[in-house]
Design a protein around this ligand. Structure first.
Ligand code: WTA
Length: 660
């Protein structure tokens, strides 16, 4: 099977990287997993394996009737009939066990504020907020939006929803207010929990004020709860009588005890909108019992969690990594985490290492893009802080090039820490493929082997297994507990996207990959039109649709380009309404305007890095835009077959532009 050329080139560099890296003898000797027993056990009886984890790691209010009901495949029901509540598992049971004074989050704000939030405090706020939501008529199955910066209240908001059986729908703080409202609209959200403002590198953005005019057009939102902005910055916060509530006030006035809703294993826990192949984001819906089981087990075993660990994950809670490994995973384990509000280079480029030193962080989890940025800033910056407490490092979100892997291992980890490269997706809910840090050698550039209870295969276009070392489509061949339940409000698209190609028993991931002779997986990149900018998932169609919504744009094609810093960068090809006979200065002004337009429609992360203006786009005779050609063009590769184009000369014209 053929993979796009630009992906091949990426992989070659990684394959050339060389040798395996074994965990140190000391790490392996003390590790949670010291041999492959879990993999063997799970291979023999995957359902039994997951059932044991569910029973051991979680508290159930009612035992399940069936571990896995597959009678309605591809809709799988994990722990069907079981009673379980996510918030009591994350909070109440730790407090009841006498661990209420344990710190859940060492939070630090951009302006140097520090707050330690204990499990007791988190539970108290969660119960109160849950009562406030209930008082506003919100209950099981209702959708509540959350649009907050990285503050502890984001965890409170999620857990308060879980407590009363409401479905949280968190939107990443980097998305624009227009995106937020679109996601509230399509999910028919009844309430929105947001902040007065958001701080970003010393500036405060008046979030609530910007949301207000759009909220007027969303009649389903009957309640808006406003968390104050932390720090010195004051932002104007108009409040609408009857709809808007001030977080601190309503919490203080609320009843302190809140009985959890009798949620079940299958109660939907959250929706997370994520990009797919079309302009319309997919509402990935996760349930409770299976999701929590997968997250609880993988959090412990991927990170080799010990009682005295201090865990630091730099992800934003608005992405799935934040959901699974900043909120649910750590809290289910009763772990202590570091949560940082600010950007990695604010107030200075060594802030992460300063936080590691101050809190004695032992586990650090970030994205390859961030590692590459730190590489650029220099090892000296890392070296200024004591990182001797670190004992394990992790990465997620995109392939990591071996150079960055080794730098991470040597500079950040001083050669002492295993590095786990974790492969998973919003859809999978939890880590699926990685190295078990005390058992497996790491192979830089490969993310490792399927975890126990996870079964993957690389297949050819016709579904036959690809030979070892050969490229193909990555599939998951047996249900796993954290799998999405469906796409919210679009079940047809769920079946079509993931299970149409090879049937109800085979989940199609959407990645190209290859498996080597030792069973190590090498993920090459997306097989669809999803691009990863700094590990953030975006669809080319979304950006195209934002561009064409600008009055001067007639057509747009967007491709991802290999980028040293951000992994991939967005390049746009635009044709304009009418003739475009202007000079360079005008184009620059227009480009700036278009970039701003995309920022407003989607968010700053989606702004194209480069925009080219062309009289037409390369299209087939039936009018389909051939992005492959554009991609090869920007990558400086051989263009491939252009004979199917309606007007092959257009390619030369575009090529001349790109060259310029
Ligand atoms: C990619 C992020 C290589 C992959 C948790 C996947 C990776 C998509 C890795 C999901 C990794 C994630 N190595 N590629 N370790 N982790 N990916 O939904 O293409 O934002 O399909 O979930 O990111 O992105 P998502």
């Amino acid at each position: 099977m053929t993979t796009p050329q630009f992906l091949e080139a990426l992989l070659e560099d990684r394959l050339a990287a060389g040798e395996d890296v074994a965990p140190s003898a000391a790490f392996a000797a003390a590790a949670l997993d010291r041999d492959d027993a879990a993999r063997e056990r799970a291979a023999a009886d995957p359902q039994g394996f997951w059932a044991d984890q569910a029973a051991e790691l979680l508290e159930w209010t009612r035992p399940w009737d069936t571990v896995l009901d597959d009678s309605r495949a591809p809709h799988y029901r994990w722990f069907a009939g079981g009673g379980i509540n996510a918030s009591t598992n994350a909070l109440d049971r730790h407090v009841a066990a006498g661990n209420g004074a344990r710190v859940a989050y060492h939070w630090e704000g951009e302006e140097g504020e520090r707050r330690d939030v204990t499990y007791s405090e988190l539970l108290d706020s969660t119960e109160r907020l849950a009562n406030v939501l209930r008082g506003r008529g919100i209950g099981e199955g209702d959708v509540v939006g959350i649009y907050l910066p990285m503050v502890p209240e984001v965890a409170v908001a999620m857990l308060a929803c879980a407590r009363i059986g409401a479905i949280h729908n968190v939107v990443f703080g980097g998305f624009s207010v227009e995106s937020v409202c679109e996601r509230m609209d399509v999910s028919n959200a009844k309430a929105l929990i947001t902040s007065a403002g958001a701080r970003r590198k010393g500036k405060a953005i008046p979030t609530k004020q910007a949301l207000d005019p759009l909220l007027e057009q969303l009649p389903s939102i009957e309640t808006v709860i406003v968390v104050p902005t932390a720090g010195k910055a004051t932002v104007e916060t108009p409040m609408k009588e009857g709809r808007d509530l001030a977080y601190a006030e309503v919490l203080a006035a609320a009843e302190p005890h809140c009985d959890p809703a009798p949620t079940t294993s299958e109660s939907p826990l959250f929706i997370l909108y994520s990009s797919g192949s079309t302009a319309k984001p997919k509402g990935i819906l996760h349930g409770t019992g299976g999701y929590l089981t997968g997250v609880a087990w993988t959090f412990r075993h991927t990170f080799d969690l010990k009682d005295d660990d201090v865990y630091f994950c730099t992800a934003d809670v608005g992405w799935v990594t934040g959901h699974s490994y900043m909120v649910y995973g750590p809290l289910l384990a009763g772990a202590t985490s570091v949560m940082y509000e600010g950007a990695p280079d604010y107030p200075h480029k060594g802030i992460w290492w300063e936080l590691v030193e101050r809190h004695g962080a032992t586990i650090f989890y970030t994205a390859p893009t961030a590692i590459r940025a730190c590489m650029k800033w220099g090892a000296e910056i890392v070296a200024q802080h004591d990182r001797s407490t670190l004992r394990l490092l992790g990465t997620v979100g995109e392939p990591i090039n071996p150079k960055a892997w080794h730098w991470y291992s040597e500079v950040v980890g001083s050669g002492q820490c295993p590095v786990v490269d974790t492969w998973w997706q919003t859809e999978t809910g939890h880590v699926m493929v990685t190295t078990l840090p005390g058992v497996d050698n790491a192979r830089p550039g490969s993310c490792g082997k399927p975890l126990p209870g996870v079964s993957v295969a690389v297949v050819n276009e016709d579904g036959s297994p690809a030979e070892a070392g050969q490229h193909g489509l990555l599939t998951i061949t047996q249900p796993w507990p954290g799998m999405l339940q469906t796409l919210y409000g679009d079940d047809e698209r769920y079946v079509e996207t993931y299970f149409k190609q090879f049937g109800a028993a085979t989940y199609v991931v959407g990645d190209f990959a290859r498996m080597d002779e030792d069973g190590y997986l090498w993920v090459i990149g997306r097989a669809d039109d999803v691009i990863k900018v700094s590990g953030h998932r975006l669809s080319t169609a979304e950006v195209e649709s934002a561009l064409v919504s600008h009055h001067e744009v007639a057509e747009a094609a967007v491709v991802g380009m290999d980028d040293e810093d951000t992994g991939q960068a967005i390049v746009a090809f635009v044709t304009l309404e009418g003739l475009y006979e202007t000079d360079g200065a005008d184009r620059e002004t227009l480009s700036a305007e278009l970039r701003e337009h995309v920022a407003t429609r989607i968010g700053k992360l989606a702004r194209p890095k480069a925009i080219y203006y062309t009289p037409d786009l390369p299209k087939t005779r039936s009018g389909k835009i051939m992005r492959r050609i554009l991609r090869n063009l920007v990558e400086g590769k051989d263009l491939g077959d252009t004979s199917t184009l309606r007007d092959p000369t257009i390619v030369d014209e575009i090529a001349a532009q790109v060259k310029r």
